[in-house]
Design a protein around this ligand. Structure first.
Ligand code: AHG
Length: 326
């Protein structure tokens, strides 16, 4: 039997009885990500590959598809009476929608419209990552609404545009995946209650930065690569360079993804609110672990919108082992 996101919400997500607006927010996310999926699939044919000739707030090159995805997500979410505003990795500050003064506009959405965009032109998997919070302000939206910690997330997820388009989400009751049926243009349940194995010998890290990692990271990598057959060593190395794709593989198969601090970037590269918090939330619900090396990522109080944080996440035993090297 085909189970749509809507069927699943009605049957399994009791949180929707009290958080009614969440369902409409998801309808808007579905709408935008289906459009993104469609254009990603035809990107080379519709003149949408390549750079947009501008940089984002973090000084990174913006791709045309980054911009389009950002615009579509904003446009869709703006049309929900429940969504008070959004913040995006691609924009300097948050946007408060016209309806933000209304009592029903209780939710805000943070997103990375197209993670891994440097992979767009070469047809590798990329994705949209999002998190939904309840606003804390009354009346006018405030920056503080967007600086809530990961443990305050009401729901988070991502859509991976790969060999299939898959939406993975959690409302705090497990992580579930829905595959986009291209013919029906409908997300259908494909993985219920994903559980990440506690130990799988897969290491995802960019070895190009080997010389600028701190000693504990290098020591952990050596531990993974040691030829100790009793614990399935040496590990396999898998690194796509698109976090959502690396995390999706590890979520299903197990393994550890690490983007640590380097001597050049003491806070790493990845953004706390747009990437690390939502993906840690999903990983937690799948029985995995996550850390910045010393603290629980989801407990970090953000101080700015585009905060970066070192991260390791994935199989629980591997994250514990990683922390033991610190
Ligand atoms: P971008 O969206 O600018 O391509 O960045 C992608 C992010 C993340 O998805 C990935 O894990 C990481 O950057 C890869 O960075 P490195 O190339 O430095 O390894």
């Amino acid at each position: 039997m085909k189970i749509t996101l809507d069927n699943f919400f009605n049957e399994k997500e009791s949180i929707l009885a009290s958080e009614k607006g969440l369902k409409e927010i998801y309808e808007k996310l579905e709408e935008a990500t289906k459009k993104i999926s469609n254009v990603v699939n035809h990107a080379a044919l519709v003149g949408i590959l390549g750079k947009a000739d501008k940089e984002n707030i973090q000084g990174e090159e913006v791709m045309k598809l980054d911009e389009l995805s950002n615009d579509w997500l904003i446009e869709s979410l703006k049309s929900s009476k429940y969504c008070a505003g959004v913040a995006s990795e691609e924009m300097e500050t948050f946007i408060a929608f016209d309806q933000s003064d209304n009592d029903e506009a209780q939710y805000i959405v943070l997103f990375d419209p197209l993670d891994g965009s440097s992979n767009i032109d070469t047809c590798s998997a990329i994705g949209t990552i999002f998190s939904i919070y309840k606003r804390i302000s009354k009346g006018k939206l405030e920056l503080a609404d967007f600086l809530q910690k990961g443990n305050d997330i009401l729901s988070a997820g991502y859509v991976i545009y790969g060999s299939s388009t898959i939406l993975v989400y959690s409302m705090g009751n497990g992580s579930h995946a829905f595959t986009l049926d291209q013919k029906e243009n409908e997300y259908l349940l494909s993985h219920e209650h994903i559980q990440t194995p506690a130990y799988t010998p897969i290491l995802s890290i960019n070895f190009g930065y080997y010389n600028i990692y701190e000693k504990s990271v290098i020591d952990f990598c050596h531990w993974c690569l040691d030829a100790d057959k009793s614990s399935k060593h040496p590990f396999t190395q898998r690194y796509i360079g698109s976090m959502v794709a690396d995390i999706h593989r590890n979520l299903l198969k197990g393994g550890i993804f690490i983007y640590p601090a380097t001597t050049e970037s003491p806070n790493g590269k990845l953004r706390l609110q747009y990437e690390c918090n939502p993906l840690s939330f999903i990983q937690k619900q799948a029985g995995g672990k996550y850390t910045n090396g010393s603290h629980d990522i989801l407990e970090i109080e953000p101080t700015e919108l585009h905060q970066r944080v070192p991260i390791a996440l994935g199989s629980s035993d591997l994250v514990d082992k990683y922390i033991s090297f610190k």
